[in-house]
Ligand binder design. Structure first.
Ligand code: SAM
Length: 315
């Protein structure tokens, strides 16, 4: 029996990897040698991938969050030199993977937040528990939710909430800024209170969208995703595959558009030396429609409910 309380706490809060079987089927082939997990988290997908792959496969795991990396390091220790972990931002994937450019066989981006982060109220991600207005994935980053909310204008906040699908963006933005201006916005529960003051129906959905929008802005999530997708063509080798798991439409739209852009047929005039039409066929889409979790998986892991997987292969 494990009597280590810290260890038990960590186990309960390890992230449950979403659609792990599908991910391993898509990413592991007999020839797979180098796999990159851009969002290693507490190591669930990485472990599943390495267990499914042959002993020749190595995995480079990246995350911005040092707490997550510490757990992944312990958990993946039995795999020894097959695992290389790096702390960094996948938005700068070309720099992080400079030793592997053009050689990566499989790459995974599992967007968003992990259970480890959401369940630790000190990180400020949860609207159910009191915590600081922090919301950073990388605790060395300078931007926090507090700083963001301190400097944001009504129009900027309204437009941010609206971009993340919040229909009551105007009234919520007004309520948050009124609280801020009266000096009563210092914790996650203060922020949640501002939302609850104006939203009476489907409160949980609005709370989730407001916290998501602010978190995404603090961590520059959509921009990082765009940069990583732009760099895929330099990172993957021929036949290499990239899988992206998204959890909301702002992310999925970015992935859909990037994959479509690079999977189009070149329409430059015959004989052109370089492609100028911007529709270069660099990738083949393996998923015309995104893959989604089964009802069984969603029952066991409700956080998977909005997940979508899109996959491309470099030609
Ligand atoms: C959904 S979790 C990944 C969970 C992981 N697949 C597992 O099985 O445990 C997303 C992770 O990505 C990390 N992350 C988010 N944006 C990042 C970025 N731009 N660069 C590196 N890591 C990032 C977060 O810190 C978080 O640990």
């Amino acid at each position: 029996m494990n009597t280590d309380r810290t260890d038990q706490w960590e186990h309960r809060n390890w992230h449950v990897p979403v659609m792990a079987d599908k991910i391993t089927q898509l990413l592991i082939r007999p020839s797979t040698h180098i796999v990159v997990d851009c969002t290693v988290g507490t190591g669930g997908h990485s472990l599943a991938i390495l267990e499914a792959a042959g002993k020749q496969t190595i995995l480079v795991g990246i995350d911005m969050d040092e707490n997550a990396l510490a757990i992944a390091r312990e958990r993946l220790k039995p795999l020894g030199r097959r695992v290389i972990l790096k702390r960094g931002n996948y938005g700068k994937i070309t720099e992080l993977l400079k030793d592997y450019l053009g050689r990566v066989d499989s790459l995974l981006i599992d967007c968003g937040i992990s259970r480890l982060q959401i369940t630790n109220s000190d990180r400020g991600f949860s609207f159910d528990h009191e915590g600081p207005l922090d919301m950073r994935f990388d605790n060395a980053a300078s931007m926090t939710a507090e700083k963001l909310l301190k400097g944001i204008s009504f129009e900027e906040l309204r437009s941010l909430l609206s971009h993340f699908g919040e229909p009551r963006a105007s009234s919520i933005a007004k309520a948050i800024l009124e609280r801020r201006d009266s000096g009563k916005l210092s914790t996650t529960l203060d922020l949640a209170g501002a939302v609850k003051a104006v939203v009476k129906r489907k409160q949980a959905k609005s709370l989730a969208r407001v916290f998501l929008a602010i978190r995404a802005c603090v961590n520059n999530e959509l921009e990082n995703l765009k940069s990583a997708l732009e760099s895929l063509k330099n990172v993957l080798g021929k036949g290499g595959r990239a899988c992206v798991i998204t959890y909301h439409s702002a992310e999925d739209t970015i992935v859909k558009q990037a994959f479509r852009k690079y999977s189009g047929k070149c329409i430059c005039p015959p004989g052109s030396i370089t492609c100028r039409c911007g529709r270069i066929g660099i990738f083949r889409q393996l998923t015309r429609k995104p893959l989604v979790p089964s009802a069984d998986e969603i029952r066991g892991n409700p956080s998977a409910r909005s997940a979508k997987i899109r996959v491309v292969e470099k030609m």
